[in-house]
Every structure is written in structure tokens, then in C-alpha cells.
Design a protein around this ligand. Structure first.
Ligand SMILES: Nc1ncnc2c1ncn2[C@@H]1O[C@H](COP(=O)(O)OP(=O)(O)O)[C@@H](O)[C@H]1O
Ligand SMILES: [Mg+2]
Length: 260
């Protein structure tokens, strides 16, 4: 799975470098946000994969919109398509049909570079398996998205964010010496440090024991509230889903209840 985060970060880095070269072109197309517009619109998304044994339909006509500050749980059995949907919302995977609008922009109509640029500006991720870079300290992991955005105050802002998640004393620790709960708190700090409009979390407590998971979840909801982030949370825990303002249930690739 390491390639996912590596792919994410390196594609964002590359995109930023290239976007700078074409910065006027990218900037003048930036979307003007209005609180009335959905932050995410998933439009009739289908996803199929074909191999030598035939075609498997993973997602079927997924269609919903989310407004700023909503907290949404995507629930469903293992294998129902939740992670695939989250990857498509992030623009890391492509739909077979349909599209996704992020902050009003059709992400699949953009070039890969522009898509990575938009993602770096708007989206934070938290994964079940933390996905920290093992050769960087906690502080360096959290500084990374700020550095990619050319923030000169990266060190200070990342230090403050690590203090906010209770890790002021672990700035120079490498992930392998941190507990699972601590690693996930570093991952939360990294995801929230750029104040993303959208946070996508794929079973963020799935690798943690119940008590630790509960604390991480509490922290995630607190940060979400403080920063006004729209949260899309994949979980199969109904109690966690109940804490969100909305739930979307997926069964075999289809939404079975979707109050929009
Ligand atoms: N690239 C792929 N190729 C083939 N099958 C895939 C691929 N990605 C996902 N799947 C299959 O699609 C289904 C949904 O996967 P996933 O989105 O990971 O489900 P969930 O996150 O709900 O457990 C599973 O049956 C999985 O094996
Ligand atoms: Mg999954």
C-alpha cells in the first residue's frame, strides 16, 4: 500500500512544480466558492474492472452531493466498494462512467497535474494503515504537505499541529517507534495541517484497539469541527456512523439509502 501515499505525495509534488510553470493558467481557472454549492458532487459514478475472467462491476450509479461541513459515514460490508468510491472521490482512481465535482470542478475533466494540484489544496486523507513515510520523523511527515505548498512557516505550523494532537514530545520520533494510536495522530496532524476543505478517512481506526480508536475518532471529530472540514468517513462501525450527520450505505456497489 505504500505506493498509494508515495504516489499521492509525489504526484502532488510534481504537479506543484509543473503548476507553478503554468501558474497563471491554473490560478485563473480557480473556482469561486459559495456556501450554497456542494463541496463534493458524485455524479452517476460506475466502476468496472475487466480481466481474463470477465468484467466485475464494483460501483453502480453512485450519485450524491455533500455540502461544506457535512460529516458523512459511508458504511457497508467488506468488499462493497467503499474504498474504491473514496479513491474516486479523491481522484486517485478513475470511474468507468460518471464524474466527481470537487469544489465545483469536474476533477476528471482536468489534466492529471491540475487534478493533483486541486487535491493538494483541498483534500486530506487518513488511511487505516497510517501511511506515514518511515524515513521521515513525525515533524517531517507533518511538514511535508506544507512544504509542497511552499509554506515558509512549515516547521512552526507543523510543530503546533503536533502539539494539538498531543505529540509535542514526539516531534523527532520516527513512525516505527510510535504506537499505532500515536502514528494515527501524526497522520491526522498531516491531513489537517493544510486546513483541507475535505477530509477523506478510510476506516481510520481499523488497525487500533477499541479504546485507542475511540480517542483517535474523538480527535478527528474535534479537528473537523474546529477547522470546518467536510468529512467523508468510511467505517463499518454503526456507532461511529451514528456520530456523523449523514450515512450512505453501500451494498454490492450500489447506494441503498441516500437522503440527499
Ligand atoms: N483494481 C481492482 N481489480 C479487481 N477487483 C477490484 C479492484 N479494486 C477493488 N476490487 C474489488 O472490488 C470490490 C470492492 O472493493 P473495495 O472498494 O476495496 O471494498 P471495501 O472498501 O468496501 O471493502 C472487492 O470485491 C474488491 O476485491
Ligand atoms: Mg475498504
Amino acid at each position: 500500500m505504500d505506493f498509494v501515499i508515495a504516489g499521492l505525495i509525489f504526484s502532488a509534488a510534481e504537479a506543484l512544480a509543473r503548476a507553478k510553470a503554468a501558474s497563471t493558467q491554473v490560478k485563473c481557472r480557480l473556482y469561486k466558492e459559495s456556501p450554497m454549492d456542494p463541496i463534493i458532487a458524485v455524479k452517476h459514478v460506475f466502476k468496472s474492472v475487466t480481466d481474463s475472467t470477465g468484467t466485475l462491476t464494483i460501483l453502480r450509479d453512485i450519485d450524491f452531493t455533500l455540502h461544506a461541513r457535512e460529516t458523512v459515514a459511508i458504511v457497508g460490508a467488506s468488499g462493497s466498494g467503499k474504498s474504491t468510491l473514496l479513491s474516486i472521490i479523491a481522484g486517485l482512481d478513475t470511474p468507468t462512467q460518471g464524474t466527481v465535482l470537487l469544489a465545483g470542478r469536474d476533477i476528471f475533466a482536468l489534466s492529471e497535474d491540475a487534478r493533483a494540484h486541486l487535491r493538494a489544496q483541498k483534500v486530506g486523507f487518513v488511511f487505516q494503515s497510517f501511511q506515514l513515510l518511515g524515513n521521515l520523523t513525525a515533524l517531517e511527515n507533518v511538514m511535508l504537505p506544507l512544504e509542497l505548498a511552499d509554506r515558509r512557516d512549515a516547521r512552526q505550523v507543523a510543530t503546533e499541529m503536533l502539539a494539538r494532537v498531543g505529540l509535542a514530545g514526539r516531534l523527532n520520533s520516527y513512525p516505527k517507534v510510535l504506537s499505532g494510536g500515536e502514528q494515527q495522530r501524526v497522520a491526522l496532524a498531516r491531513a489537517f495541517v493544510v486546513k483541507p476543505a475535505v477530509l477523506l478517512a478510510d476506516e481510520p481506526t481499523g488497525s487500533l484497539d477499541f479504546a485507542t480508536g475511540d480517542k483517535v475518532m474523538e480527535l478527528m471529530f474535534d479537528l473537523n469541527r474546529e477547522l470546518g472540514t467536510t468529512l467523508v468517513l468510511v467505517t463499518h462501525d454503526r456507532a461511529i456512523a451514528a456520530r456523523c450527520t449523514r450515512s450512505i450505505t453501500i451494498e454490492a456497489g450500489s447506494v441503498v439509502d441516500s437522503p440527499t
